[in-house]
Design a protein around this ligand. Structure first.
Ligand code: FES
Length: 155
């Protein structure tokens, strides 16, 4: 009598999603805030790369879209609190640009939660860590960017 064997497919354990996050931080406040976090040994997620800009107002929609195109799952723009911008109205300009960026991100079919605008001063190291942790959590919940799936499929 032939013995019947049943094959059960073993499920491969899914690799844990680790989001790629790009953080544009203005030189005078948020970048210094990130530095303060380091000096004060604030514990927070390492899943991000900082790009220093002179002002949050310098971060045009093109910067954010390029970061998303090149594989970022989420993009943070961070600058000085209102009234503290070293270029007076740079962060007001950042708000306008961010709204335009949001509209473009939606047009691309991405969730607007993949981008975030925050104000962090040079003294707010703990806040910098908190903002990064919250954003990493938010992007982890959203999963990988659909743009990254399309890129991987092309390869
Ligand atoms: Fe920081 Fe303008 S210099 S937002």
């Amino acid at each position: 009598m032939a013995q019947r064997t049943t094959r059960t497919k073993k499920k491969k354990p899914q690799a844990e999603f680790v989001p790629n996050i790009v953080a544009f931080a203005c030189n005078w406040c948020s970048y210094a805030g990130a530095d303060t976090a380091g000096v004060n040994r604030v514990q927070y997620s390492p899943n991000f790369r900082v790009i220093r800009t002179m002002c949050s107002g310098r971060v045009s929609p093109g910067f954010v879209l390029k970061a998303l195109k090149l594989g970022a799952d989420g993009v943070l723009v961070s600058g000085c609190h209102f009234g503290d911008c070293h270029y007076i109205f740079g962060n007001y300009k950042a708000v306008d640009q961010f709204e335009k960026t949001k509209a473009l991100v939606k047009t691309l079919g991405l969730d607007e939660k993949r981008i975030r605008l925050e104000w962090v001063s040079a003294a707010e190291g703990a806040r910098w860590g908190q903002v990064i942790d919250e954003f990493v959590e938010q992007i982890t919940a959203l999963g990988p960017s659909p743009l990254n799936h399309k890129q991987k499929a092309k390869k």
